[in-house]
Write a protein that binds this ligand. Structure first.
Ligand SMILES: NC(=O)c1ccc[n+]([C@@H]2O[C@H](COP(=O)([O-])OP(=O)(O)OC[C@H]3O[C@@H](n4cnc5c(N)ncnc54)[C@H](OP(=O)(O)O)[C@@H]3O)[C@@H](O)[C@H]2O)c1
Length: 297
């Protein structure tokens, strides 16, 4: 038997499935890979809680299809999307306009499609907002940043907006640290960023009040991050922007050294909250999101 669809004017009387209706607006994340992303959980939980008529979906977009995906999303009337590895830098040339943060960082993690396509970067905000939520006094004094990849760009941009007195930037490939220091030189008149090789014996562990890990090391059983936590001052804070179900190997090691430590879950939530406000003009219920994710941990 062929079932017929209800007439349009009756549709609103049906118990519609929660996936959406003709008025539902589309949000999402482009990544490769993307299946691991917590962003759909964060956004859909918030949208449901606030009763907003949007859905946020993960899209596995290969680098070679980024432009097609962008056009397809625009043609389908999507409101906006996040970008994760490896698309953050690749999106730059396709944007009609860049926010000051995206232009300064040189990467886009949030796209807002209106008449024009606007590229934003909310990672630097997320990094600092999460830090100050837990440790309002930070950052002070000198900071040691490990890693000079894409995430380090946002961290450096955020740190340059604070009063920290020096930013030691240590990377396995020293040239990359030197390139980043040069990239940020126009925003760093006092030359606070000091590039170094990631050589444990040569890093100024004793001098810093904040250690930030931006390398991708630790969660997937790769080599252990070379650190000398025993040389840190007792009140030094260890901030790993990586996150995991039980913290990260670095935050667990820091706790064993009786150091204060935080992972990147707060940064993830705060960068998401800034994107959420841009798209929906509503505040993300950050405390509820955090409680939801920590319950699932
Ligand atoms: N919490 C958040 O909201 C948030 C936001 C963004 C990123 N992240 C996390 O930050 C991490 C880094 O992301 P990314 O985009 O910066 O990655 P990326 O651009 O690929 O950079 C990776 C960094 O890790 C270093 N590295 C990799 N393997 C290493 C090893 N065996 N020994 C020493 N250093 C090594 C690289 O050094 P070389 O230059 O020498 O290769 C580089 O500095 C990821 O785990 C990501 O999930 C978190």
């Amino acid at each position: 038997m062929v079932r017929t669809s209800p007439p349009q004017d009756e549709v609103s009387q049906w118990p519609l499935p929660c996936l959406g209706s003709g008025t539902t607006r589309l949000l999402g994340i482009f990544g490769d890979p993307v299946a691991h992303s917590l962003s759909p959980v964060i956004h859909n939980f918030s949208l449901n809680l606030l009763g907003l008529d949007y859905r946020y979906l993960p899209f596995h977009v290969a680098p070679s299809r980024l432009y097609d995906a962008l056009q397809g999303f625009r043609i389908l009337g999507g409101t906006g999307f996040n970008a994760t590895v490896p698309h953050k830098e690749a999106l730059l040339p396709w944007m009609d306009e860049l926010s000051p943060a995206a232009a300064r960082i040189g990467a886009v993690n949030t796209v807002h499609l209106q008449d024009r396509m606007i590229g934003h970067n909310t990672d630097a905000h997320g990094f600092l907002a999460a830090l100050r939520e837990e440790y309002p006094q930070h950052p002070t004094g000198k900071v040691l940043v490990l890693g000079a990849g894409g995430a380090a760009r946002s961290v450096l941009s955020a740190l340059l907006d604070t009063d920290c007195s020096a930013i030691f930037l240590a990377n396995r490939t020293e040239q990359r640290a030197m390139d980043l220091a040069r990239f940020f030189a126009p925003f760093d008149p006092d030359r606070r960023i000091k590039p170094l090789p990631l050589a444990v014996d040569q890093l100024p562990w004793e001098e810093v009040s904040l250690l930030v890990n931006t390398t991708s090391l630790g969660l997937k059983g790769e080599a252990t991050l070379p650190v000398a936590l025993h040389r840190l001052a007792p009140d030094c804070l260890v901030y790993d922007i990586v996150y995991g179900p039980q913290g990260t190997p670095l935050t667990r090691l820091a706790s064993r050294h009786n150091l204060h430590a935080m992972d990147g879950l707060g940064m993830l939530i705060h960068q998401a909250a800034a994107a959420f406000s841009l798209w929906t003009q509503h505040e993300m219920p950050i405390a509820a999101v955090k409680a939801h994710l920590l319950r699932a941990r």
